[in-house]
Design a protein around this ligand. Structure first.
Ligand code: PA5
Length: 403
């Protein structure tokens, strides 16, 4: 992985980098609350890893469809990784996500797919009481009972939740569903490399050991510098960080980044608003504004040097394209955008990986998790709480109870 901050054309004020280095060191010491995720890549408990892998293989033998019910950090990480690595491996179940919305048309589609295919259901919620996933789960659990009968359905339903009392914990006790505990010291948006993300990812056939190995091998070089540049850009008046990428497979990685930075930094009137754009598509829409509209943006571009697919352009495309790899043209567009955006006054940070595989993605995830936490610490806010989300959850619950 290579971090190139030169196109951001800003030097953090003296001392900012040292503060960022110090914050990174404090995080890595693991003394702060809610930092259980920091040691996961290098010290993931072996028996738990084996249990996740074996359970995922058993699930894969049982079904063709694995429905994951969850919202926020309880689904975005898994979805981001599975999409970034091009979906489930051949012969492994398709992983479908539910419970992150309350759209009837979407739930109908999930139920339809479930009726047509051999299905396992997995609900993931640390609190065990979040409205959206709990509602979807109660409906889908009933569908599973109707389809398989209660006894057989019990062997196809999985619950990943915190240890405290909750409706989900009570269901584990009532029905004896197979379950995993979400560690107390790991919050939703930092949980992708815990059982929360790893179970669905392993069901999709992705090598979770390689993902952890990549994260464990991440060089700490560049993390503090990126965090310090982010704060300097914010102090220079930039209010929006736009994460950009030239692969449709990274769309959910962008969504995961939005949650990670948005919930970690956006409180007490502080933080930059995280947005994401998928190029080429968005170059032909919002890209115009990014480059020449009101200048509140800076860009953080995720670049992948080697393509995931060797698609060669056929002769019908004519010169100069015929015979070239499609990704070569994509790289030209990428270089053109860096030139146009940074040349036009938009600061651009480049985060480069050699290829989008398990190791590099693991490193990328860990890089951004550490960067988000360091940035929040530099801003003086708690990276690990989300009081606004809790407020909305309570307000909605009250209104629902009055229905
Ligand atoms: O990052 C967080 O902690 C939150 O965004 C949660 O992931 C989200 O609210 C879902 O919570 P839960 O897993 O308790 O259902």
């Amino acid at each position: 992985m290579h971090i190139d901050l030169s196109h951001s054309k800003i030097t953090p004020e003296g001392g900012a980098l040292a503060r960022a280095e110090k914050a990174l060191q404090t995080l890595r010491e693991g003394t702060l609350p809610n930092t259980g995720w920091v040691s996961l890549p290098s010290a993931f408990p072996g028996p738990l890893l084996l249990s996740i892998q074996e359970e995922a293989d058993r699930i894969a033998r049982k079904c063709t469809l694995f429905i994951v019910v969850g919202v926020g950090g309880s689904y975005l990480g898994a979805r981001a990784v599975i999409d970034a690595l091009n979906g489930n491996r051949p012969g492994r179940p398709h992983v479908m996500f539910a419970g992150y919305n309350m759209t009837g048309a979407h739930l109908e589609k999930v139920i339809e797919a479930m009726r047509e295919q051999s299905t396992c259901l997995c609900v993931i919620s640390k609190s065990g009481s979040t409205l959206e996933p709990l509602l979807a789960y109660s409906i889908l659990k009933e569908e599973m009972f109707n389809k398989y009968g209660e006894q057989r359905a019990k062997e196809r339903i999985y619950v990943v939740t915190g240890a405290q009392d909750s409706p989900l914990r009570r269901d584990i006790e009532t029905y004896g569903f197979r379950s995993y505990a979400v560690p107390e010291d790991i919050g939703g948006r930092y949980s992708v490399l815990s059982v929360v993300g790893l179970l669905p990812i392993a069901v999709a056939g992705i090598d979770i050991e390689r993902l952890l190995k990549g994260a464990a091998g991440l060089s700490m070089e560049g993390i503090a510098a990126y965090a310090a540049v982010r704060i300097a850009l914010q102090e220079a008046g930039k209010a929006v960080e736009v994460f950009t990428y030239f692969s449709t497979n990274l769309r959910y990685f962008g969504e995961w980044l939005k949650q990670l930075f948005g919930e970690s930094e956006g409180k007490e009137g502080k933080g930059v608003y995280p947005a994401c754009l998928c190029f080429s598509r968005d170059l032909h829409s919002i890209g115009q504004f990014l480059q020449q509209g009101r200048q509140v943006f800076y860009e953080t571009m995720i670049q992948t040097e080697k393509p995931q697919a060797d698609f060669r352009i056929p002769d019908c495309a004519g010169a100069p394209y015929a015979g070239r790899m499609l990704e070569e043209v994509n790289r030209c567009s990428e270089a053109g955008v860096v030139e146009a955006h940074s040349g036009g006054g938009v600061p651009v940070n480049l985060i480069k990986v050699e290829r989008m595989d398990e190791e590099n993605l693991g490193a990328l995830i860990y890089f951004f998790e550490l960067s988000a936490a360091v940035s929040a610490l530099l801003l003086g806010v708690d990276p690990f709480d989300q009081p606004g989300v809790e407020y909305y959850k309570k307000a909605t619950k009250k209104l629902v109870e009055e229905l």
